[in-house]
Unconditional design. Structure first.
Length: 125
């Protein structure tokens, strides 16, 4: 009984540690399976994101670079979604951002114009 309790406890501890340090563990896992993750490369800085095409006249990352912005860059999950939309839909950066924003709005029950889709919502008095 005590043996199985210790096995379960150690397993739970291992799972929690793996979850806590999942970002650090991801790079060695990607190195083990290079073919599976060949399309994914994290973009950590504004300059890398600008080089990947994530800039336009209405969303100017290059201005952040020239002003010496100290932030790390854009959200990696959001940039990956925009890059996937650009690749899948064959659209430019601004159109991909609009498609992503409309998807987020639709997931939250809001139409592209900004009005709620809920029939019970009060939109005017």
């Amino acid at each position: 009984m005590l043996f199985w309790l210790s096995v379960v406890t150690l397993s739970a501890l291992l799972v929690m540690l793996m979850f806590r340090y999942r970002a650090a563990l991801a790079n060695p896992v990607r190195a083990l399976f290079p073919g599976r993750f060949r399309h994914y490369a994290p973009l950590a800085t504004f300059s890398e994101q600008a080089d990947a095409g994530l800039t336009s006249s209405s969303f100017d990352i290059e201005a952040n670079i020239s002003e010496g912005d100290s932030r790390a860059g854009l959200d990696e999950h959001g940039t990956q979604e925009v890059l996937d939309i650009m690749r899948r839909e064959r659209v430019n950066f601004d159109q991909a951002r609009l498609i992503r924003q409309n998807q987020i709005l639709a997931a939250n029950g809001i139409d592209p114009s900004g009005l709620p889709l809920d029939a019970k919502a009060i939109t005017h008095l």
